[in-house]
Design a protein around this ligand. Structure first.
Ligand SMILES: [Zn+2]
Length: 399
C-alpha cells in the first residue's frame, strides 16, 4: 500500500537539504519499505501520482529515523545493567536484548549499531528483526568483541598476538558480524585499569583490519587514551569510539584519513553523576576525571571538521535509550548546528555503520522516518515531540 504524507516540512538528512515551505510530500510503500517519491506541492501534482492513502501533516516536520551508532542492547541502561544478566543463560540474555532494542524504536531510533554483547545473542536479535518477527530498529552487530586477555569488555573473546587476532576475526566474519569491534585501551567501568592504558597493540589491530576489510566489513575500536587512539588511526580502523584524549594531531589524522568518531559523551557524564545511584566509586572517580577533557576534545573535533557520528553507549550504567536526546544537546553545545547534529544522527551515522539507503530521505531509500511537531532546526529538543515513527514504511507509532 502506498501512503502519501503531504503539507510537511522535510529534512532529508543529507547535504543540508531542507524543504521548509510546509508543502513537502513523501510517497512510500510499506510492501517494499521504500520511498517512492519526495518533493513539493503535492496538491498540484496529485492527479499524476499513484497512492492509496493520504496524511495531511499540517506543517509537521519529517526527518529520517534517528541512528544510534553505539549501543549495547543486552544491557538496559539501569544503574547496574550487568547485574541483571549476570549468570543468565544466553537465551535469557537474547530476550533482554530484544526488549531493550524495542525501546530504541519507541523513541524514534530506527537503526542501531551494537558494539558488544556476548555469544551470538545480538546476532540472533538482528536476524529476528530482519525477518520481521519483531518491530525493533535495524541492527548492525559486532557479535562478541575481541579483547586482550583481561581486557576492558569482560565478556569479549580474549585474543593475544597477531595469530589469535587473525583467527578471532575470521571466526567473527564466519558468524556473520556486520562490524568487528576491538578494544585498544582500558575504560571507565572496569576496575583496576585506566582509560589511558593501551590494550590490543597496533600490530594486533592491524591484523583485524586486514582480515575484516577483505570481506568489506568495517572495524570499530574502543580507544580512550592517546596511545590507543594513535594505534587505531595508524592501523586504519573505520570508527573510533569515545576518543577522549585525542589531541590536535590525532584530530588532523581523523580528518585526512576520513575516520569516523563516535564520541558517546553522555556515557561518561552519566557515570560521573552516578554515585547516588550506586555506581561503583572507582568508576565514578574515573569518569569525573575525563568529562571536561572529553568535552573540549569534542569542541576541537567539531572545529577541525572530524566526521562525527552519533552514538551514546546506550545500555551502559544510568544510560537508557532516551539519553540519545541528551547526547544531541551535548553535540550542539560543542559547536555543531542543529542541522549538523541531525545529519550526524542520520546520514553520517548510516555511513559510519555501513547501512546503505538508510539515514536519508530520498527516492529508493528505506522509509525510516520520524514526524515531529515543531522545527528541530530551531531547537534540537523538538526531536522528542514525536507524532509518528515509521520503520521500513510501516507506521510503528502514531500519536
Ligand atoms: Zn560501548
Amino acid at each position: 500500500m502506498i501512503k502519501a504524507f503531504y503539507n510537511a516540512n522535510i529534512i532529508t538528512g543529507e547535504n543540508k537539504e531542507v524543504i521548509n515551505s510546509g508543502k513537502g510530500y513523501i510517497l512510500f510503500n510499506n510492501d517494499n519499505g521504500k520511498i517512492i517519491d519526495i518533493g513539493e506541492n503535492f496538491e498540484e501534482k496529485a492527479s499524476s501520482l499513484v497512492y492509496d492513502e493520504t496524511f495531511n501533516l499540517k506543517g509537521n516536520w519529517i526527518l529520517p529515523g534517528l541512528i544510534n551508532g553505539h549501543v549495547h542492547i543486552m544491557r538496559n541502561g539501569s544503574a547496574h545493567p550487568d547485574a541483571l544478566i549476570k549468570n543468565e543463560s544466553m537465551e535469557m540474555i537474547t530476550l533482554h536484548a530484544l526488549k531493550n532494542a524495542k525501546e530504541h524504536l519507541d523513541i524514534g531510533v530506527t537503526s542501531v549499531r551494537d558494539l558488544g554483547s556476548t555469544g551470538l545473542t545480538t546476532l540472533a536479535v538482528r536476524d529476528a528483526v530482519k525477518t520481521g518477527l519483531f518491530d525493533a530498529p535495524s541492527i548492525s552487530s559486532c557479535g562478541t568483541p575481541l579483547i586482550m586477555t583481561g581486557g576492558h569488555f569482560r565478556t569479549g573473546k580474549e585474543v593475544d598476538g597477531e595469530d589469535e587476532v587473525r583467527k578471532g576475526t575470521r571466526q567473527l566474519l564466519k558468524q556473520g558480524v556486520d562490524v568487528v569491534k576491538l578494544f585498544a585501551t582500558g575504560g571507565i567501568y572496569s576496575e583496576g585499569e585506566e582509560p589511558g592504558s593501551p590494550q590490543l597493540t597496533k600490530e594486533e589491530i592491524q591484523v583485524a583490519v586486514e582480515e575484516a576489510h577483505k570481506k568489506n566489513i568495517p572495524v570499530a575500536c574502543h580507544a580512550q587514551g592517546l596511545t590507543g587512539i594513535y594505534n587505531c588511526l595508524h592501523a586504519g580502523v573505520d570508527t573510533i569510539e569515545h576518543a577522549i584524549y585525542a589531541d590536535e594531531k590525532a584530530l588532523e589524522l581523523f580528518v585526512t584519513q576520513g575516520t569516523f568518531m563516535v564520541p558517546t559523551m553522555v556515557a561518561m557524564v552519566r557515570i560521573a553523576e552516578g554515585k547516588e545511584y550506586g555506581i561503583p566509586e572507582y568508576a565514578v572517580e574515573k569518569a569525573k576525571v575525563v568529562v571536561e577533557t572529553h568535552f573540549s576534545m569534542l569542541e576541537k573535533a567539531v572545529e577541525y571538521g572530524v566526521k562525527i557520528a552519533t552514538g551514546t553507549d546506550a545500555g551502559s550504567p544510568c544510560n537508557p535509550p532516551e539519553d540519545l536526546f541528551k547526547e544531541l544537546e551535548i553535540m550542539k553545545q560543542a559547536g555543531m548546528s542543529e542541522l549538523d547534529v541531525i545529519e550526524a544522527s542520520t546520514s553520517v551515522a548510516a555511513e559510519a555503520i555501513n547501512f546503505k539507503d538508510r539515514g536519508v530521505l530520498r527516492k529508493g531509500a528505506y522509509a525510516d522516518m520520524l514526524v515531529v511537531n515543531s522545527n528541530p532546526l530551531d531547537d534540537i529538543k523538538h526531536l522528542k515531540e514525536q507524532n509518528m515513527v515509521i520503520k521500513n514504511g510501516e507506521i510503528i507509532k502514531n500519536n
